[in-house]
Design a protein around this ligand. Structure first.
Ligand code: 1BO
Length: 272
């Protein structure tokens, strides 16, 4: 496994995203993923699967200190007391004493960012969280957060795949020593039938999805593909034995546009 280094954190380059995975399916996929060599599991309070993520972790029998667990605080828990209480609830559900990375799930303009970031940094000082970061932050919000947060932020988790140009956000992360963690990295499955990526992958014996994940990893991005199929777990992690040429990297990057976003909500910020 390769790692992305960011402000003191070492984030495994491929992780398992668990958005929309529930119940026994979630626990089984987490267990299988860890048995196959995954060392990075991504969950969130709002996914309502932290218990199952913890179960999968225990069933895998992989040592706790080998696994990087991320969870995210939901926006209604951004007031300082709520943030601490809800983080402790996450720990109880996961049955862990420490979260490796705690993120603010989406920006919430209703609560001053300084207060929320102060509470996030406080969770780190309490020793219940090893690293802190944000998710779905625009460049402007990232600049503001980096300027006021009392502790270093290690990542911004955003949607990123070949159809969505995220170069501005990626550059902003790099300026602040933060990693970009890519959710929906295979564009909610659309990449699987992409002819350009399939053609690039052919000489390497790789699928379009593997080319896509390799393109992310080769930019020093950490990707968290989600799948509900065990056979896809092996495919998604098998991207460390080949390298794309500079030309192939450029060709894939040129497929992106500002309109390629697949995840949007009324409460989302005004995107870059
Ligand atoms: C509302 C959940 C988005 C994915 O993390």
């Amino acid at each position: 496994m390769r790692f992305v280094e960011a402000n003191g954190a070492e984030i495994p380059a491929i992780g398992l995203g668990t958005w929309e995975l529930r119940g026994p399916t979630c626990a089984r996929l987490v267990e299988q993923a860890l048995k196959l060599g995954y060392r990075h599991i991504d969950t969130a309070q709002v996914y309502e699967n932290e218990r199952e993520v913890g179960q999968g972790l225990r069933s895998s029998r992989v040592r706790r200190d080998e696994v990087f667990v991320t969870t995210k605080v939901w926006t209604t828990h951004f007031a300082p007391n709520d943030l601490e209480r809800s983080t402790k609830e996450s720990l109880t559900k996961l049955r862990l004493s420490e979260i490796d990375l705690l993120l603010l799930h989406w920006p919430n303009p209703q609560v001053p960012l300084t207060e929320t970031l102060g509470a996030l940094a406080h969770a780190k000082k309490l020793g219940i969280v090893r690293h802190i970061g944000v998710s779905n932050f625009t460049v402007a919000l990232l600049e503001e957060a980096a300027a006021v947060c009392p502790e270093p932020l290690v990542c911004n988790q955003v949607e990123y795949h070949p159809y969505l140009d995220q170069s501005r956000v990626k550059d902003a992360c790099a300026r602040h020593g933060m990693a970009l963690v890519a959710y929906s990295p295979v564009a909610k499955g659309r990449i699987k039938s992409d002819q350009t990526l399939a053609r690039i992958g052919k000489p390497y014996g790789k699928t379009a999805a593997q080319v896509c994940l390799r393109w992310l990893v080769q930019q020093n991005v950490s990707a968290i593909p989600r799948t509900s199929r065990v056979e896809r777990l092996s495919e998604n992690i098998d991207v460390f034995d080949f390298a794309l040429s500079d030309g192939e990297m450029r060709q894939i990057s040129s497929m992106g546009s500002k309109t390629g976003r697949l995840t949007d909500y009324g409460f989302a910020p005004k995107w870059d």
